[in-house]
Write a protein that binds this ligand. Structure first.
Ligand code: PRP
Ligand code: URA
Length: 209
């Protein structure tokens, strides 16, 4: 699967281990999700195009590179994706933010949509979809289907922890989407939770356990 990149940075791996710990409380969990968002965003945005622009320094005028091309839109999948938004905004404060609300049915594990609002027009933007968990892949696939149906063309997907089953399904469903994973874990369990995972990301971010 050449559209999948698993992060190798030691800071990302270290912070993911802290996230996994069941004794990590809500406050620290939230901070870690945001920090990992920054670190993963830094990696995922390394191919942003640059163009030389003229800048006057106190010494002289020079041509110096600045980000050009497509503007960014961040699209968190509600709820848990919200935790990563400030991390990406710390890197690109001018990014627009869309939202896609999906929850998984506890029995079938199928995603259900309850809210969607995207920046308009979306077709000229680079879109980064955020969700800390990629489990069966159903939510990510549904979110990206929706974005494409609204004209989105250039899409990246970022998850902090992924299951191999979900990565494979998403990579096949959307081969044009670059997928960034903080860690690819062992497998899903019978309830479609990631093992070893970190439990329910939304509940741990918002303290609703
Ligand atoms: C979690 C998670 C993903 C989804 C992943 O959300 O944040 O959106 O499950 O599972 P999947 O890959 O099998 O679709 P959840 O449905 O628990 O909603 P929440 O974020 O509101 O807690
Ligand atoms: N959603 C989560 O929050 N955690 C999992 O392990 C799977 C789906």
């Amino acid at each position: 699967m050449n559209n999948v990149i698993e992060m190798s940075h030691p800071l990302i791996k270290h912070k993911i281990s802290l996230l996994r710990d069941k004794n990590t409380g809500t406050n620290e969990f939230r901070k870690l999700i945001e920090e990992i968002g920054i670190l993963m965003g830094y990696e995922a945005l390394r191919d942003l195009p640059l163009e030389d622009v003229e800048v006057e320094t106190p010494i002289e005028t020079c041509m110096t590179p600045m980000i050009s091309g497509k503007k960014l839109a961040i699209v968190p999948i509600l709820r848990a994706g919200l935790g990563m938004v400030n991390g990406i905004l710390a890197l690109v404060p001018s990014a627009k933010v869309g939202h896609i609300g999906l929850y998984r049915d506890e029995e079938t594990h199928e995603p259900h949509e309850y809210y969607c609002k995207l920046p308009d027009p979306i077709d000229q933007r680079l879109i980064v979809v955020l969700d800390p968990m990629l489990a069966t892949g159903g939510s990510a696939i549904a979110a990206i289907d929706f974005i494409k149906a609204h004209g989105g063309k250039s899409i990246k997907f970022m998850s902090i922890i992924a299951a191999p089953e979900g990565v494979e399904r998403l990579a096949k469903a959307h081969p044009d989407v670059q997928i960034y994973c903080g860690n690819i874990d062992r497998q899903l369990n019978k309830d479609a939770y990631i093992c070893p995972g970190l439990g329910d990301a939304g509940d741990r971010i918002f303290g609703t356990i």
